[in-house]
Ligand binder design. Structure first.
Ligand SMILES: O=C(O)CCC(=O)C(=O)O
Ligand SMILES: [Fe+2]
Length: 339
């Protein structure tokens, strides 16, 4: 059978050849750099979205909790979000099957899903050292692609069901966050379009050299907000007050992360949360993320008060991110746009 795993060890051989000896002190230093504090895990905000359908008081209270979590954490977990456990499970199964396709087929584009070469990414082509390498593979699928996917396959049906609910949820949460800033509704409906919103399905193969590489290097998301579903394995961590906190999996829960665009739009009221995925030595892991993005022409400017950031279009932001990744090996992000 043809292999399905990306050839990390052979393709990135140069990076592994340059590893300083990883004995004694070096390994200790790495563990220290990767250290994660489990102590605050229980404090991660968890919000019951069914309250949004209840009487005025309960629903207002729920909106307040959402805005508070976005301000203080840039992150929250949600339950009763409208995606049934059946759809979540189907999505996971379809994703597992898709990643089991031969590596070469994933690279060339999976015909059966109308995927092109560009839909598949793996590793970090720009990495110049192991700490920049992501030990993971992913399919990026814009919403426009999902809605035009042909055939009544279980893959296309599940993708359509999942994205329909999650995209509505993302828009609803974004509108609540805007309302809490005193903004009129409609901005996200008007500007977030199916050609730029996308689903990213990720697989993190088990990694024999963990902790020397990450599954996904520390980053913030370049969108308004992200809705993530992770499987039971764990590995996602977020940065809070200088400490990494593990986001342990809770069945049926979706995770919401504020991205850079919301931070700029809200003039730093909502925080774009830095997060990473730690590679697992023994188990593979899957996750699926939905990114709420505006059209490339959409201008992002502070919705109130004197702004920390200059106005920029989403297209300009993306180009700058790609440029920085090429030049420095990592994203700079919002600091590039500070006035
Ligand atoms: O897999 C995860 O838990 C995180 C994925 C993520 O952060 C991303 O795709 O931007
Ligand atoms: Fe992310």
């Amino acid at each position: 059978m043809e292999p399905s795993d990306p050839p990390f060890l052979t393709f990135y051989k140069k990076l592994f050849d340059n590893i300083p000896s990883t004995k004694g002190n070096d390994i200790e230093a790495l563990h220290e750099a990767n250290e994660c504090d489990d102590q605050f895990e229980h404090e991660l905000p968890l919000i019951d979205l069914s309250c949004l359908n209840q009487d005025g008081f309960r629903s207002e209270e729920c909106k307040r909790e959402i805005a508070e979590a976005a301000q203080q954490w840039g992150f929250f977990q949600v339950v009763n979000h409208g995606v049934s456990s059946e759809i979540l499970e189907n999505m996971r199964c379809e994703q597992v099957k898709a990643f089991k396709k031969p590596f070469q087929e994933k690279v060339n584009g999976i015909r059966e899903f109308d995927f092109l070469a560009g839909n598949y990414r793996w590793g970090t082509p720009s990495a110049t050292c192991l700490r920049q390498l992501a030990w993971s593979e992913a399919f990026h699928v814009p919403l426009t692609h999902i809605s035009t996917m042909g055939g009544d396959t279980s893959f296309s049906t599940t993708m359509k069901q999942y994205t329909k609910i999650v995209s509505n949820l993302a828009e609803k949460l974004a509108e609540i966050l805007a309302e809490k800033l005193g903004q009129k509704p409609g901005f996200f409906k008007e500007n977030c379009v199916p050609s730029t919103c996308y689903i990213r399905m990720s697989r993190y193969p088990f990694c024999p050299i963990s902790p020397q590489v990450f599954g996904l290097v520390p980053h913030t998301d370049s969108d308004f907000l992200t809705i993530l579903h992770q499987d039971h394995v764990g590995g996602l961590e977020l940065l809070r007050n200088g400490k990494w906190i593990a986001v342990n999996p809770k069945q049926g829960t979706l995770l919401v992360m504020i991205g850079d665009l919301f931070q700029a739009w809200s003039n730093d009221v909502y925080k774009s949360v830095e997060h990473r995925v730690v590679a697992n030595k023994h188990f593979e892991r899957h996750s699926v993320a939905y990114f709420l993005c505006p059209s490339y022409e959409t201008v992002i400017e502070s919705c109130g008060g004197s702004s920390t950031y200059r106005r920029f279009s989403f297209g300009e932001f993306r180009e700058q991110v790609q440029d920085d990744v090429k030049r420095f090996g990592h994203k700079v992000g919002l600091p590039r746009f500070v006035l």
